[in-house]
Design a protein around this ligand. Sequence first.
Ligand SMILES: *[C@@H]1O[C@H](CO)[C@@H](O)[C@H](O)[C@H]1NC(C)=O
Ligand SMILES: *[C@@H]1O[C@H](CO)[C@@H](O)[C@H](O)[C@H]1NC(C)=O
Ligand SMILES: *[C@@H]1O[C@H](CO)[C@@H](O)[C@H](O)[C@H]1NC(C)=O
Ligand SMILES: *[C@@H]1O[C@H](CO)[C@@H](O)[C@H](O)[C@H]1NC(C)=O
Ligand SMILES: *[C@@H]1O[C@H](CO)[C@@H](O)[C@H](O)[C@H]1NC(C)=O
Length: 421
Amino acid sequence: MVAPGFVFGLVLPLLLRADASADVGFRFASYIDNYMVLQKEPAGAVIWGYGVSGATVTVTLCQDQETIMKKVTSVKAHSNSWMVVLDPVKPGGPYEVMAQQILGRKNFTLRIHDVLFGDVWLCSGQSNMQMTVSQIFNATSELSNTAAYQSVRILSVSLTQAQQELEDLAKVDLQWSKPTLENLGHGNFTYMSALCWLFGRYLHDTLRYPVGLISSSWAGTPIEAWSSERSLKACGVPRQGFMPSDLETGPSEYSVLWNAMIHPFHNMTLKGVIWYQGESNVNFNRDLYNCTFPALIEDWRQTFHDGSQGQTERFFPFGFVQEKQEFHASVESAGAPMRPLCSSAADEIVENYCSNSQQTAILRQLPRLEWLLVAFLPQRFSYLHTCLVQPQMMGFPRSVGIKQQTLAMSLTQGCPALSWL
Ligand SMILES: *[C@@H]1O[C@H](CO)[C@@H](O)[C@H](O)[C@H]1NC(C)=O
Ligand SMILES: *[C@@H]1O[C@H](CO)[C@@H](O)[C@H](O)[C@H]1NC(C)=O
Ligand SMILES: *[C@@H]1O[C@H](CO)[C@@H](O)[C@H](O)[C@H]1NC(C)=O
Ligand SMILES: *[C@@H]1O[C@H](CO)[C@@H](O)[C@H](O)[C@H]1NC(C)=O
Ligand SMILES: *[C@@H]1O[C@H](CO)[C@@H](O)[C@H](O)[C@H]1NC(C)=O
């Protein structure tokens, strides 16, 4: 009773794409799998996959052998894909999701089990986001502290690039899983993202319902790699340039990570995104960051909203990390790309290093832009990989109902050890 996605996800590269030929098998999208979290009410979760063009597909949500709802659709020609939007479901679970494809007299059934409903967050950016739980202070105790978090489910996307927007992921490193020592601390810069995990864990402590975390990040990458062609064009970003800094260790080719690691999620219903990136733009298209960053937010919001048939909110919360500039004293300019990232909520606090009021004004116009972490301990562990100590949580309290104090305190425990620098 193993769904094909499970087999594909753990071991084999997912080779199927939207333009796959007509004999493509009946399957769920790569990240519709056992142990996943689907977005809870008031949104409707999207379930999609591939099948044989013209076939009828029935998706059934069951709990304890009882049918909760059924949705019927058919497989589209050309893309060989099918998609249904479930009715809104309250947080909780577990559920089983079944999909049946009927073509003539042939009847194929796929099943995934232990599916929960809650909030689904996408975590993206460069090394500060990719850094794993095994790399933080007190890693041993953080890694063993999983029993209470079995309904925080995690997925980690493989490092992949593509020249065109992919409909589905090419590969995942960690398919939807419950947190364990092994999959939270798999290795350095593999999975699971420490910031993503700590964020989700404290959401769960506060909200007391399931949380799904998707980590899709790559160290040493500029914003251009995570931006669609549309948003780069809107900002007049010059054609591919050479990345000058030694710090750029990941791919810098434009749009390749958007295409392979983010776009495949645009049909999924999500709660929001958290983002930690900027260092790789210190010496690369830095003066354009005040356009490329807001443009990325706008483009992701629009694309995710459209792709989920309006289920992902048009202005979903977008949280980002603001580094305190003095933290970067040794690399005078390193905080610069972050400096434009100022929001009204935090003005008093960031006055000192949020110097360009014109840039501030641009970001202020974006709705529901959330300030995730604005300040760090002045202690310098590393000029690049900041220590997540004593952050001031701004913004998120407004959108997800978390008390500022709670999250600020909790993230205190997530301080990267940084001995590898
Ligand atoms: C398809 O198979 C499932 C069980 O695997 C069954 O419940 C369903 O009735 C079948 N549908 C048709 C149309 O045969
Ligand atoms: C991973 O990083 C930690 C420090 O954060 C270091 O002690 C350990 O040796 C590294 N492991 C590997 C396999 O590189
Ligand atoms: C962005 O910053 C650059 C350099 O500081 C400036 O010339 C430009 O006017 C800014 N763009 C906007 C839209 O404010
Ligand atoms: C995903 O969304 C896009 C944009 O709305 C749409 O063209 C595509 O068909 C959707 N995918 C599926 C599987 O329905
Ligand atoms: C690590 O654990 C010790 C003992 O529980 C605690 O005192 C310390 O504050 C922790 N460090 C961090 C950075 O959380």
